[in-house]
Design a protein around this ligand. Structure first.
Ligand code: ACO
Length: 335
C-alpha cells in the first residue's frame, strides 16, 4: 500500500512590492480601509518587461521544490498545474512548465478550482501515487492576477485583494503508513458559480462581442465578487472541511500543529482561529505581505512556514481552502 508525502516545496513571488498607498495613488482607496477589511498591507505584482508569467513563476517555484526534494526533473512522472490566470486560453500552463523544465514527455494536467486549486491538485497527485501509477508528481499553484484586474476605482473592492506569485510541491511515493498525506476532502457547489467569477474572454463572452455589445459599467472580463456572500460561505465551509479532515483521521482540534488556510482574507482566517480556539502557533498567515494569491496561497504559505521552522517532522498539518465555484477542500498531512 503506497502513500504520498511532500518531499520538497518552493515558492516564488515577483520582486515588485505594491503597497496599499501605491494603490491609493491610482484609485480611490486607502491603507486603513484595506487593512481593516482584509488585513493586507502589500502584495507583489509582475512588472511589464520582467520575465514573469503564470508559467514562469511556477517554474521558479518548481526548481526550488525539486532541489529540496533531491529529485531530478527527469524523475517527475506527472505535472499538475493549478491556476485561474493561465498565460493562454489554451493550452494550459502545465505543458509550458514541462517545456521550460525540459522534462521528457510526462503528462501535464491543468486544474482549475481557483482558490481551492492547490488542494484539488494535491488530491489528484495523491490518488495517482496511491494507485501506484506514478512515483513523483510536481504540483504547482501559480497566479498572475495583476495582469487582469481593474485598477480603477470601479474595480477597487476586488483589485486591492489579489497578488501574484507561485508555490510548488513535489509529492513522492512512500511506503510508511500513517505518514504523509493522510486524507484529502473535496467539495463544490455550482449554484453559486457566478458569485465569484470572471465571465470572459470565453466562448460565451468573446472579445469582439464584448467591445461591440457591452456597456462600460458591466465589463465581464474583470472579476466579479459578491464579497459579503463569499465571506459568509467561506467561514462555514472552511469550518466544515477542517472538521471533516480531523474526524476522518480520529483527530481533535488540539492535535493540529499547523493549520494553513488559503489566504483569502485575514478576517476569514481570524474567524476560523477564534472558532477553533487555535493558538497563534497553530496557524500560519502571510496574506499581509502577499495579498490573496488564490491557487498559489497555500503552497506559498506552506513553504514559508516550513522555511521559518514552524513545521517539523511528525507534525500534523492541515490545509484548507474555499473559493470560486464555490469549491472547497482540505488535506490532512503527517509531516
Ligand atoms: N477602498 C475603499 N473603499 C472601498 C473599497 C476599497 N478598496 N472597496 C469597496 N469600498 C467601499 C464600497 O464602495 C462601499 O462604499 P459605500 O458604503 O459608500 O457604498 C464600502 O466600501 C463597503 O463596501 P462593501 O463591499 O460592502 O465592503 P465589505 O465590508 O463587504 O468589504 C470585502 C469588502 C473586503 C471584499 C468583504 O466583503 C470580504 O472580505 N469578503 C470576503 C471575500 C473575500 O475575502 N474574498 C477573497 C477572494 S475569494 C476567496 O479567496 C475565497
Amino acid at each position: 500500500m503506497y502513500t504520498s508525502r511532500i518531499a520538497g516545496m518552493g515558492k516564488y513571488v515577483p520582486e515588485n512590492v505594491v503597497t496599499n498607498d501605491d494603490l491609493a495613488s491610482i484609485m480611490d482607496t486607502n491603507d486603513a480601509w484595506i487593512q481593516e477589511r482584509t488585513g493586507i498591507k502589500e502584495r507583489r505584482h509582475i512588472q511589464k518587461g520582467d520575465d514573469n508569467s503564470t508559467a514562469t513563476m511556477g517554474v521558479k517555484a518548481a526548481k526550488i521544490a525539486l532541489e529540496r526534494a533531491g529529485i531530478s526533473k527527469d524523475d517527475v512522472d506527472l505535472i499538475v498545474f493549478a491556476t485561474l490566470s493561465p498565460d493562454y486560453y489554451f493550452p494550459g500552463c502545465g505543458v509550458q512548465v514541462q517545456e521550460l523544465l525540459d522534462i521528457h514527455t510526462c503528462p501535464a494536467l491543468d486544474v482549475r478550482n481557483q482558490c481551492s486549486g492547490f488542494i484539488y491538485g494535491l488530491s489528484v497527485a495523491d490518488q495517482f501515487i496511491k494507485t501506484g501509477m506514478y512515483k513523483n508528481v510536481l504540483v504547482i499553484g501559480s497566479e498572475n492576477h495583476s495582469g487582469g484586474l481593474d485598477f480603477t476605482t470601479r474595480g477597487r473592492s476586488v483589485s486591492v485583494i489579489f497578488g501574484d506569485g507561485a508555490g510548488a510541491a513535489i509529492l513522492t511515493r512512500s511506503e510508511k503508513e500513517g505518514h504523509g498525506i493522510l486524507s484529502t476532502h473535496l467539495h463544490s457547489e455550482g449554484k453559486h458559480a457566478l458569485e465569484l467569477s470572471l465571465k470572459g474572454p470565453s466562448t460565451e463572452y468573446w472579445v469582439p462581442q464584448i467591445i461591440e455589445d457591452d456597456p462600460q459599467e458591466d465589463i465581464p472580463y474583470y472579476p466579479y465578487m459578491n464579497g459579503q456572500f463569499v465571506f459568509k460561505n467561506a467561514v462555514v465551509r472552511f469550518s466544515e472541511v477542517i472538521m471533516e479532515g480531523l474526524k476522518t483521521n480520529n483527530l481533535q482540534v488540539s492535535d493540529i500543529d499547523m493549520l494553513i488556510p488559503h489566504q483569502a482574507n485575514l478576517r476569514i482566517s481570524q474567524f476560523i482561529q477564534k472558532k477553533f480556539q487555535l493558538s497563534d502557533d497553530q496557524m500560519y498567515n502571510n496574506i499581509q505581505k502577499y495579498g490573496n494569491t488564490t491557487a498559489a496561497s497555500i503552497p506559498i504559505a506552506l513553504t514559508e512556514a516550513w522555511e521559518e521552522g514552524k513545521i517539523k517532522e511528525g507534525d500534523t498539518v492541515v490545509l484548507a481552502a474555499f473559493g470560486s465555484g464555490f469549491t472547497w477542500g482540505s488535506a490532512v498531512i503527517k509531516w
